[in-house]
Write a protein that binds this ligand. Structure first.
Ligand code: PLP
Length: 394
């Protein structure tokens, strides 16, 4: 050894392979920072005059690969990738408001988003009005200082489809931005940006990942300038996605369409089965002809798919919900969704536990409501397990 061992430990092993062939899969650039030959080169990259990366909080090659795919499938000019869905939602909202501004939001939303809007934004002196998302109620709620409307394509957990055409219309008329959480639908089922929305947000933890092994969030914007505002504050608040998680999500996206098709087909069959079951009071799935928002789904959704999520009320209420969860062996209680296997969630104690009884009632969530995330299994096996457990209910 000519140099000290510690010197070899720090310097060796980072040479890039000398190869005329390229790796078939995207390499993971697990580097928090990048090195430069000289100050002039660093300066050129900072100025955007030379291609390159500086610091992974501001950009990383794997982030860029993920952003490229997301912008393409969602039909946006630019994307941003963050550490969680809540980070993506928080940043896209904060980029559009200042202290003293006002937001209009749908009254049925993912519980975390609802709490952010209702409680957290108060600290920034930002006021929020929650409304049933119709043209009339939004028009009535909009004020001079309203900056944006926030909705989910398919509401959680009642699975109502929001009429995005109408949301676009009312936002354009009122001169405010439209942010849509498209987590439940994904770009396979619905592409809100192509309908005229300004910003689409995702909990990538769900279908974009699809394997229950990544927590992440993604924003896609119709216009690049919109994304620049979001990226500007993202670099300051700092909830960036790990390059490894970005790599996993790129891999997951390769099968997004196949997965969402199968999730949706299983959900459709499951909803039809549950609808006829004597122990079930009501099924909430936009693919059902009876669903209050079926026609809106038919108008907005692609490929006759209605997504993989449904909810249902058990006639036996809370006791029946608890017993069904206990009696199902392979269908597990999981407070998330969109994994490969079918799972159940109990909204009143999971995604919507921050809501008080009055708010739960307003959102249509009862103590007998269960939310089901359809997996990729053979449908007959899911149905057989439900049949066994439902028939045990008193
Ligand atoms: N949006 C929806 C519709 C969700 O269901 C969730 C989480 O369940 C989120 C946003 C928040 O995403 P994350 O848990 O990745 O922060």
């Amino acid at each position: 050894m000519e140099k000290g061992m510690q010197t070899y430990l720090t310097r060796m092993g980072s040479k890039l392979p000398d190869s005329v062939s390229r790796p078939k899969s995207l390499p993971i650039t697990m580097s928090s920072v990048f090195d430069f030959e000289d100050v002039e080169m660093l300066d050129q990259v900072y100025a955007g005059d030379a291609p390159g990366y500086i610091y992974s909080r501001n950009g990383n090659p794997v982030h860029d690969a993920l952003k490229e795919i997301m912008s393409q499938i969602d039909g946006g000019e630019a994307s941003g990738v963050y550490a969680s869905g809540m980070a993506a939602i928080t940043l896209s909202i904060l980029a559009h408001v200042e202290a003293g501004d006002h937001i209009v939001a749908a009254n049925v939303l993912y519980g975390g988003t609802y709490s952010l809007l209702k409680n957290e934004l108060k600290r920034f002196n930002i006021d929020v009005t929650f409304v049933t998302p119709t043209i009339e109620s939004i028009t009535e709620a909009v004020r001079q200082n309203t900056r944006l409307l926030y909705v989910e394509t398919i509401s959680n957990p009642m699975m109502d489809v929001v009429d995005l055409d109408k949301m676009v219309e009312v936002c354009k008329e009122s001169g405010i931005k439209l942010i849509v959480d498209n987590t439940f639908a994904t770009a396979v089922v619905c592409r809100p940006l192509t309908l005229g929305a300004d910003v689409v947000v995702y909990s990538a933890t769900k279908y974009i990942c699809g394997h229950s092994d990544v927590t992440g969030g993604i924003v896609v914007t119709q216009k690049r300038e919109e994304m620049e505002k979001i990226e500007g504050i993202a670099a300051l608040y700092g909830p960036m996605m790990s390059p490894f998680d970005a790599w996993l999500l790129v891999r997951s996206l390769r099968t997004l369409e196949l997965r969402v098709r199968q999730h949706s087909h299983n959900a459709m069959q499951m909803a039809s089965y549950l609808e006829k079951h004597p122990k079930v009071e009501k099924v909430y799935y936009p693919g059902l002809a009876k669903s209050a928002t079926h026609e809106i789904g038919k108008k907005l959704f692609q490929k006759e798919l209605f997504g993989g999520m449904l909810s249902f009320d058990l006639i036996g209420g809370e006791a029946a919900a608890y017993q069904l969860i206990r009696d199902l062996e392979n269908i597990r209680l999981v407070p998330s969704l969109a994994g490969v296997s079918t799972t159940l969630s109990y909204p009143a104690k999971t995604s919507h536990r921050a809501l008080d009884d009055q708010e739960l009632k307003q959102a249509g969530i009862s103590k007998g409501t269960l939310r089901l995330s359809s997996g990729l299994e053979d449908f007959n096996d899911i149905m057989a397990e439900f049949e066994m457990a439902l028939n045990k209910l008193p």
